[in-house]
Design a protein around this ligand. Structure first.
Ligand SMILES: Cc1cc2nc3c(=O)[nH]c(=O)nc-3n(C[C@H](O)[C@H](O)[C@H](O)COP(=O)(O)OP(=O)(O)OC[C@H]3O[C@@H](n4cnc5c(N)ncnc54)[C@H](O)[C@@H]3O)c2cc1C
Length: 253
């Protein structure tokens, strides 16, 4: 971070709890219209090894295009669309290809009439950094990193929120609107009385990032953007994060 850490304004039209992709996108949309927005996000630094999303869909790419960010995202993406466009289903990573979904997620190398942009394989932290950079260009948006919304109370004149800084100090913020983009572990969901329904899957998913040179020497069953292993002892999916030996995998069970 360069320059002094921004401080939370005491009063703001829109408070966005959570500076993940949704919160940052909302701030860009509002900020481009001159609406004053405060975004509060606990993660100061983005972890490149916690990728979560690896593919940005055509519709999201169209929003990025509207904001003038699509080309820059493609420039920053460590995997070009031209590298691979198909999701391959196989018996094991080195086994037999069963079937494939061509051009999954709208990964096209040539323009199509149905969308203004193709999809793009790109790790989520790269997308989030691009959105953070775009937010920094908007004078009406304040992005407060390292802080969290600790409490929100809805009232007749808007929302009263308590923002906790990295050192534990708190600031009370009055907002006309709260935009809850703080996920399941945040405070917005509880404040509106929402709760999860249903139950989790019987087998957990283990999500990991790893380095392997061996996979370059002994490539998986066929060229793909993802490999989905089905019918084996253990199912899961895998793909490249870049062309330099970094991979991701989600193992089921
Ligand atoms: C394994 C995996 C793979 C995925 N793959 C894809 C994919 O390929 N393509 C795709 O489009 N999507 C994918 N997704 C989904 C994608 O990651 C989510 O849709 C996306 O992160 C949602 O963004 P969000 O901003 O709504 O929520 P989040 O990303 O969950 O952001 C919530 C934010 O709120 C912050 N926060 C939490 N508590 C507080 C608080 N008290 N105060 C303030 N802020 C708070 C958090 O730090 C976080 O930054 C995947 C998800 C997973 C888990």
């Amino acid at each position: 971070m360069t320059g002094p850490r921004p401080t939370a304004p005491r009063q703001v039209p829109v408070l966005v709890a959570g500076g993940g992709p949704s919160g940052l996108a909302a701030a860009i949309e509002l900020g481009r219209r001159g609406v004053r927005v405060l975004v509060v996000e606990p993660r100061e630094v983005l972890d490149p090894l916690r990728a979560r999303a690896k593919t940005t869909s055509v519709r999201t790419m169209e929003h990025l295009r509207r904001w003038g960010l699509a080309d820059e995202l493609r420039r920053r993406a460590p995997l070009p669309v031209a590298h691979a466009q198909d999701v391959v289903f196989c018996t094991s990573v080195f086994g037999r290809e069963l079937t494939r979904f061509p051009h999954a997620f709208g990964l096209w190398t040539e323009p199509r009439d149905i969308a203004a942009e193709a999809g793009q394989q790109v790790p989520q932290p790269v997308v989030e950094q691009l959105l953070r950079d775009a937010v920094a260009e908007l004078p009406s948006v304040t992005l407060l990193l390292g802080s969290r919304v600790a409490e929100v109370v809805d009232g007749p004149d808007g929302v009263r929120a308590v923002v906790a800084g990295p050192d534990g100090t708190t600031t009370e913020v009055q907002a006309d609107y709260l935009l809850g983009a703080d996920g399941g572990a945040g405070v917005s969901r509880a404040a509106i009385g929402a709760r999860y329904a249903g139950s989790s899957g019987t087998a957990p998913n283990l999500s990991l990032a790893f380095r392997s040179r061996t996979l370059d020497e002994r490539p998986p069953c066929a060229l793909g953007v993802h490999w989905w292993v089905v019918g084996g002892e253990r199912g899961g999916l895998m793909g490249r994060l870049d062309l330099d030996g970094l991979w991701w995998a989600i193992v089921q069970g």
